[in-house]
Write a protein that binds this ligand. Structure first.
Ligand code: NAD
Ligand code: TYD
Length: 341
């Protein structure tokens, strides 16, 4: 494995993964292929382009464009694909499901077909714990049934099933990881943790859905990247691996911890009307990936502290996003008139 195509590499997790891999493997070359939607930003890879010149290439393109995907794989003699490209935000999937089906299902098919054509050593699909649906009790193992409830999770499940179909039908060496919620540098500030941190910095209310008792397993993004690396190199083709900490936190507690870290009052928490179909709890059984030697290095407290510090120190990155008309328009559509008290 030498030449890796990282699709969606200009987004949050993808850009962290690219930096991590180039630092760890001096003989690897990485081609990032990304459409640069609102969530994909070249700023996320600015330092990478400077530090790893010669081993890093950026190509702007859509994973749904088969001829461009094939041309890039051929030109760069790709021997592994790691697919991060997706529409990734549940709330947006409630507003416009079509783009999720297009990228997360059809786009995955295009990549699988190209990977088969080029005979790659490995196709790795980055998926999510959300495909299991809400887990009210216990934990989901990798064989747990898929009970998707949002257009986002349904689209991701469609992508996963297509990956498994290519393994069984065409012997394509596919692996899948299903990660829990990531936090860390470069996460677009519409996802809850960076939204709450940046609102709190500016004394803007934190819009907490419902009663805030929903639970997520928040993991540090670099732990997730390390887990993907372990599965890419040690995972067995045709297999799925859950990646998370195995510890869940209620949204209300996460919001309070952010405010405490920033020295802001809890009165900034503003309950708002709940998300339709809001999954109450995600919880993963992570024993399968632990058997490959991976475990997450950060507790939630450590991950949150690092994340808060990054947003405090990197206003250059998020202020232009939040002050832009695209973001402001989304914020109004999503939150205006939604207050509960
Ligand atoms: P993100 O929204 O920050 O980044 C997605 C990237 O994909 C962006 O750079 C975007 O430009 C690119 N993209 C979108 N459509 C594309 C297309 N048609 N062609 C090419 N590029 C396209 O998402 P993220 O949070 O970094 O998530 C990355 C992956 O990890 C996704 O597949 C997501 O489902 C999965 N995941 C995310 C989390 C999380 O907590 N963020 C948890 C588990 C799994
Ligand atoms: P999110 O970051 O959208 O991730 P996901 O829904 O994919 O897990 O949301 C994480 C949790 O935070 C989820 O339970 C919904 C909640 N949430 C809020 O309470 N307020 C918000 O403004 C947002 C965006 C999310």
């Amino acid at each position: 494995m030498r030449n890796i195509l990282v699709t969606g590499g200009a987004g949050f997790i993808g850009s962290n993964f690219v930096r991590y891999m180039l630092e760890k493997y001096p003989d690897y070359r990485i081609v990032v292929y990304d459409k640069l939607t609102y969530a994909g930003r070249l700023e996320n890879l600015q330092d990478v382009a400077e530090r790893f010149r010669g081993r890093y290439t950026f190509v702007q393109g859509d994973i749904c464009d088969a001829s461009q995907v094939n041309a890039v794989m051929k030109e760069h003699r790709i021997d592994a694909v790691v697919n991060f490209a997706a529409e990734s935000h549940v709330d947006r999937s409630l507003m416009e499901p079509g783009s999720f089906i297009q990228t997360d299902v059809y786009g995955t098919y295009v990549l699988l077909e190209a990977a088969k054509e080029h005979g790659v050593e490995r196709y790795h699909q980055v998926s999510t714990d959300e495909v299991y649906g809400e887990i009210l009790e216990g934990r989901a193992t990798e064989t747990y049934p898929l009970h998707t409830r949002s257009p986002y999770s349904a689209s991701k499940a469609g992508g996963d099933l297509m990956c498994l179909a290519y393994y069984h039908s065409f012997d394509l060496p596919v692996t899948i990881t299903r990660g829990s919620n990531n936090i860390g540098p470069y996460q677009y500030p519409e996802k809850v943790v960076p939204l709450f941190i940046t609102n709190a910095i500016d004394d803007i209310p934190l819009p907490l859905y419902g009663d805030g008792s929903q639970m997520r397993d928040y993991q540090y993004v670099l732990d997730h990247c390390e887990g993907i690396d372990v599965v890419l190199h040690k995972g067995k083709p045709g297999e799925i691996y859950n990646l998370g900490t195995g510890v869940e936190t209620r949204n209300i507690d996460m919001a309070r911890m952010i405010l405490d870290l920033l020295g802001k009052p809890h009165s900034l928490i503003q309950p708002v009307r709940d998300r339709p179909g809001h999954d109450r709890r995600y919880a993963l059984d992570i024993r399968k990936v632990q058997a490959l030697g991976w475990r997450s290095r950060h507790t939630f407290e450590e991950a949150l502290e690092k994340t808060v510090r990054w947003y405090v120190e990197n206003e250059w990155w998020w202020r232009p996003i939040k002050s832009g008309e695209f973001y402001q328009d989304y914020y109004r559509r999503q939150y205006a008139g939604r207050e509960l008290t």
